[in-house]
Design a protein around this ligand. Structure first.
Ligand SMILES: *[C@@H]1O[C@H](CO)[C@@H](O)[C@H](O)[C@H]1NC(C)=O
Ligand SMILES: *[C@@H]1O[C@H](CO)[C@@H](O)[C@H](O)[C@H]1NC(C)=O
Length: 483
C-alpha cells in the first residue's frame, strides 16, 4: 500500500471512510517510514525493532540488491533475535499473527517458534498458481499445520480477482479479540493482510465497487474490515484500553500499475527503491481517551518504532545490551513531542540514503538495471528525474545528492552543492552516518542461499489433506536476485 492510498492522504476517490475516521479520532503521521522498500526485511524489522542489516534480512550476493523470502530461501529469522510477541509474553500477552509472515518458512522459523501463540496465514505472499511440480502452491497454516494451499482450498480467481481471504482474515481477527476479551487477557494482534499485493483480490461484495479498479476494491475491503475491527473494540468496551496502529511494509509497487498498484501520492517512484515512494507510508495511531483526536505529528517515524512503543505500552523494556533502532513514540503520541532521529534507507547491504530533519541525502541512487528496465520492469513509471532515477548504481558517497523534503517531497530538485543549506545539511547528516556505520554490527545474512528442496512440499498436516508433494531434486545455490 502507498502513502497516497487513503482518502485522508488525498486519494481522489475518497473510498476509505473507516481509515479516514481513524485519523479523525487519532493521530496521522505524514513522515512515517517502512524499514525497507521490500516486504520481508521490513516485517523482520517491525517485529525485532532492528534494521534488516542487523537482523540478517539482507543479501551480500550483490551490492545494493533487494532480497526477500521466496519459497526456496534457506534462511529466516535467527533464534538470536528477540521478537515483539516473545517479549510481550513476559507481560502476559496472548499473540496472534493473521496473514503473511515472510520471515522464513522452514520449521525453525515458524511464527509459533518465535513468540506467537496462534497463526492463521501463509509464510509467503499469495503468488501463483503453480504446478505443484517445479514449485508448490503456497500453503496456508492454522498454527502448526497446513490447512490448504492458495489457489486450491483457498481460491484466488486470477481472472475476476475474486478471493475471500480478507474476509477470512477479518473473521480470524474478530474471533481472537473476542476470545482474549472473554479471558480478560491482554493481546497483541498482528493483522498482516495482503490483498493489495499483486495479484490484488477482493471478495464478491467489493468487486467492481471502486472507482479505482481492482486495487481500489481491495482497498475498500481492507477499509471496511478496519471499521469492523474497531467497531468490535468499541462494542466490547475496550477501545480505550487498546492501542491500534495502521501502516504498510513498503510503498505501492508501481511495477504493477495501473490495475494492481496503489498510489505513492506526491513521492518519487515506488516499492524496491529508496526514493520516498518506496518507503514513506500511511500511518495512523488510534487510542481513544489517550491520543488526542485529529492530530498530525511531524515526528519522523519508523515501522521499527512500533516494537519499542509496544514494549513501552506493556511496561517492558527492550533487552539490555541489544541494539534497537526503534524509538518509543509515546512522547509524540501522548504529548505531541518531536524527537530528532535519523532515518536510514538500505537496499540489501548498502546504505543508500539518510533523512535527518527535513533533509534527505542520497549516497547511492538506483532504480533497476537497464536490462530489467528494457524488459518493461519499471519502478518509476512516468517519472524520470535526470541523474536521480538512474538505471546504473551511481555512487554519491563523497558528495551526496541532498533534497529538502518539505519544499520538494518529490525529490526533483537536488540542493546546489555550493549552497550554505547544502553544507549545513551535510554537516549534520555526515556525523550521524559516521556514528551509525562505526558502531554497526551486521547480522549473518539470511537471504543469500536458495534451494528448491526446502520449498514447502510437505508441511505438517499435508498427510491429513492428502497433499504431500515430492521435492524437486536440487542443491543449494546462491539466490539470484533481479538486477
Ligand atoms: C467466497 O465465499 C462465497 C460464499 O461462501 C462463495 O460462494 C464463493 O465461491 C467464494 N469465492 C471464492 C473465490 O472462494
Ligand atoms: C531520463 O532522462 C535522461 C535525461 O533526459 C535521459 O538521458 C534518460 O535516458 C532518461 N531515462 C529514461 C529511463 O527514460
Amino acid at each position: 500500500m502507498g502513502w497516497g492510498d487513503l482518502g485522508v492522504y488525498g486519494e481522489p476517490s475518497r473510498e476509505t471512510p473507516n481509515l479516514d475516521r481513524v485519523a479523525a479520532e487519532g493521530m496521522l503521521f505524514p513522515s512515517f517510514y517502512s524499514a525497507n522498500p521490500l516486504c520481508s526485511p521490513s516485517r523482520a524489522a517491525l517485529l525485532t525493532g532492528r534494521l534488516p542489516i542487523r537482523n540478517g534480512f539482507y543479501t551480500t550476493n550483490a551490492h545494493a540488491k533487494n532480497a526477500y523470502t521466496p519459497q526456496e530461501i534457506v534462511g529466516g529469522i535467527p533464534d538470536s533475535e528477540h521478537l515483539l510477541p516473545e517479549l510481550l509474553r513476559e507481560a502476559g500477552y496472548a499473540s496472534k499473527i493473521v496473514g503473511k509472515w515472510h520471515l522464513g518458512h522452514r520449521p525453525q522459523f515458524h511464527p509459533l517458534r518465535h513468540g506467537f501463540d496462534e497463526w492463521f496465514g501463509s509464510p509467503n505472499c499469495h503468488f501463483g498458481p503453480y504446478d505443484n511440480k517445479a514449485r508448490p502452491n503456497i500453503p496456508v497454516y492454522r498454527d502448526w499445520e497446513m490447512v490448504g494451499r492458495y489457489y486450491e482450498e483457498f481460491p484466488i480467481n486470477r481472472e475476476t480477482g475474486e478471493a475471500n481471504l480478507t474476509q477470512i482474515y477479518l473473521q480470524e481477527a474478530l474471533d481472537f479479540i473476542k476470545k482474549q476479551q472473554a479471558k480478560a487477557r491482554p493481546f497483541f494482534l498482528y493483522w498482516a493482510i495482503d490483498a493489495t499485493h499483486a495479484p490484488v483480490y477482493a471478495s464478491k461484495p467489493f468487486l467492481g465497487t471502486s472507482q479505482r479498479g481492482q486495487y481500489g476494491d481491495a482497498m475498500r475491503e481492507i477499509d471496511d474490515s478496519v471499521g469492523r475491527l474497531l467497531g468490535l473494540l468499541r462494542g466490547l468496551g475496550i477501545a480505550e484500553r487498546t492501542f491500534v496502529f495502521f501502516t504498510s511494509d513498503n510503498g505501492a509497487a508501481l511495477v504493477s500499475a495501473p490495475q494492481h498498484a496503489g498510489s505513492n501520492g506526491p513521492f518519487l517512484c515506488g516499492k524496491q527503491t529508496t526514493f520516498e515512494g518506496g518507503v514513506r507510508e500511511p500511518a495512523l495511531a488510534w487510542w481513544p481517551g489517550h491520543i488526542p483526536a485529529g492530530q498530525v505529528s511531524h515526528q519522523l517515524g519508523s515501522l521499527m518504532d512500533l516494537f519499542t512503543t509496544s514494549l513501552a505500552l506493556a511496561g517492558l523494556k527492550p533487552p539490555s545490551n541489544w541494539t534497537i533502532d526503534g524509538l518509543d513514540l509515546l512522547p509524540a503520541l501522548l504529548q505531541g513531542k518531536l524527537m530528532d532521529r535519523p532515518v536510514f534507507y538500505y537496499r540489501g547491504d548498502t546504505l543508500m540514503a539518510v533523512t535527518l530533519g527535513q533533509h534527505k541525502a542520497h549516497f547511492w541512487t538506483w532504480t533497476n538495471s537497464w536490462e530489467e528496465f528494457r524488459k518493461g520492469v519499471d519502478f518509476c513509471p512516468g517519472q524520470n528525474v535526470s541523474g536521480v532515477t538512474t538505471h546504473t548504481l551511481e555512487e554519491h558517497t563523497k558528495l551526496p545528492l541532498i533534497f529538502h523534503l518539505g519544499r520538494d517531497p518529490g525529490e526533483r530538485f537536488p540542493l546546489n552543492f555550493a549552497s550554505t543549506e547544502y553544507q549545513e545539511a551535510l554537516g549534520r547528516i555526515g556525523p550521524a552516518v559516521q556514528q551509525h556505520q562505526e558502531t554497526l554490527v551486521p547480522g549473518e545474512p539470511q537471504l543469500n542461499v536458495c534451494d528448491p528442496a526446502v520449498m514447502n512440499w510437505a508441511p505438517p498436516g499435508c498427510e491429513k489433506l492428502g497433499k504431500c508433494l515430492k521435492p524437486a531434486l536440487s542443491a543449494p545455490e546462491k539466490c539470484s536476485w533481479p538486477h
